[in-house]
Design a protein around this ligand. Structure first.
Ligand code: EPZ
Length: 425
């Protein structure tokens, strides 16, 4: 397994281009299943999770052309509504094919994702919503087996209420509703920008959706969706990760192709920590400029659904708090086991006390480089940030986690002046 070796101490400075959003691209790739006409996407990030999703769609019969950040998907030959365990176990977002397959083919067989490092992450709300829309769903040998038994062969519009805010649950149900008979209302819907990006893509395909970005989404079913093109939104979590890396090293960066618009809660906390941040938006491009102080002030955070502080940025803030001035409290309210990076940061000398879903931190002057292990995607990013500021070398093992969600992170960090290299196993 590859590892990253980082020699800490460099102050990051310069310009970096932010890639398209993983968590917008994944549901949008699945949206191609809803139509027999081509869907052309641009700004698709080059990530392992994207590769896995394309493999999953191809084995269903979707024809795929990929050139750089452009992907064209043609699901006219869709003939195998199956998502096998071998692929689903490597990427939980595979569950996002369930709604579209059911709506388009009238049936679907999707492996249950199984456990995940950061939590149980059940999909009961996805299933509850599809049942309410008239699907017949069972679990057979670890697979969700769904079928429309209604004579008309279509899902029925329904009023859905999710027990908790679920991003992919909202996305799955919104996609299924596009081809249902009648109107579907999703209450307690997720308001994440990635949900809005998916809705915009579906509308460009001919779907009738209103309210995306609010907690009440209305979808009026149509008979079919048509060809469309869509540009994936910038990755706000990659943006936040690079802002944190620059902030931790006392650096100055310009992030291109992204904006502060999707990250108010994160920008707010970086301003509290002592950074200067400004956004620039012209007709042709958007960017963020950050200047960090010599040493950050520690900031407390509490994760919650958008627009509150995103759970996907919690690990990165634990890293910047590790060397900030003062104490901070971090509360993780979304996932039950998303502090695994804490013990790795402690190996580097961080002062962190964990009590359930709360971490109490006291910033230290310096971390010491050591060998640490990545446990999940955002935990890996947290260890990279810590390695950038630690004294000496930090070896990060199992970085396949990192490659799932960051497009050539070591190349982008090297361009900003970091001393970082990948060592092949
Ligand atoms: C999405 O995961 C993101 N993934 C996650 O990003 C992100 O952390 C998460 O939303 C929260 O923002 C993608 O978009 C591909 P949820 P998702 O359903 O949809 C519980 C990353 O690092 N729940 O919003 O799986 C669940 O257990 C990844 O890029 C149920 O109980 O998350 C969790 O506690 C990690 N039953 C909470 O709701 C359900 O049916 C929120 O989960 C669904 C969810």
């Amino acid at each position: 397994m590859d590892k990253l070796v980082i020699t800490g101490g460099a102050r990051l400075s310069g310009e970096v281009a932010i890639s398209g959003a993983k968590n917008a691209a994944l549901p949008i790739l699945c949206a191609c299943l809803l139509s027999s006409e081509p869907l052309t996407l641009s700004n698709v990030p080059n990530l392992n999770d994207i590769g896995t999703m394309l493999k999953l769609l191809a084995q269903m019969g979707v024809k795929i052309e990929r050139e750089g950040d452009r992907v064209t998907l043609d699901a006219s030959g869709l003939d195998n509504p199956l998502a096998p365990y071998e692929l689903v176990k490597t990427m939980r977002a595979s569950i996002l094919v369930l709604g579209p397959l059911l709506a388009r083919c009238g049936e679907a067989r999707v492996s249950l994702p199984g456990g995940c490092a950061i939590g149980a992450r059940p999909v009961d709300q996805h299933i509850k919503g599809l049942l309410a829309m008239g699907a017949d769903i069972g679990v057979d040998h670890g697979y969700v087996v769904a079928k429309i038994t209604d004579a008309g062969g279509k899902l029925k519009g329904a009023r859905l209420f999710t027990d908790m805010v679920t991003v992919t649950g909202t996305e799955n149900l919104m996609m299924a509703a596009c081809l249902a008979d009648g109107e579907t209302v999703i209450e307690n819907a997720a308001r994440e920008p990635e949900v809005v990006d998916l809705a915009q893509c579906l509308v460009s395909m001919g779907a009738q959706i209103s309210g995306a970005g609010t907690d009440l989404i209305r979808v009026r079913g149509v008979s079919r969706l048509h060809a469309a093109s869509h540009r994936i939104m910038p990755d706000r979590i990659e943006t936040g990760t690079f802002l944190c890396a620059a902030a931790a090293t006392g650096g100055e960066v310009w992030l291109k192709g992204t904006s502060t618009g999707y990250l108010d809660a994160v920008v707010d906390k970086l301003l509290d920590a002592g950074c200067e941040i400004s956004g620039e938006k012209t007709a042709s491009h958007e960017s963020i400029h950050l200047v960090a102080p010599k040493r950050l002030k520690a900031v407390s955070i509490r994760t919650a659904p958008y627009p509150a502080f995103p759970t996907d940025m919690q690990a990165q803030f634990m890293a910047i708090n590790a060397v900030a001035e003062g104490t901070a409290i971090i509360r993780e309210t979304i996932f039950e086991n998303r502090f695994m990076h804490a013990v790795e940061l402690q190996r580097l000398g961080a002062d962190i006390k964990i009590d359930g879903n709360t971490a109490v931190m006291a910033g230290v002057e310096k971390l010491q480089g050591a060998t640490v292990m990545a446990t999940d995607l955002r935990a890996s990013a947290s260890l990279v940030i810590a390695g950038l500021v630690a004294e000496g070398d930090t070896h990060i093992e199992r970085i396949y986690h990192l490659d799932r969600g960051y497009d050539h992170i070591e190349a982008k960090l090297t361009a900003l002046g970091a001393a970082i290299r990948r060592e092949k196993a």
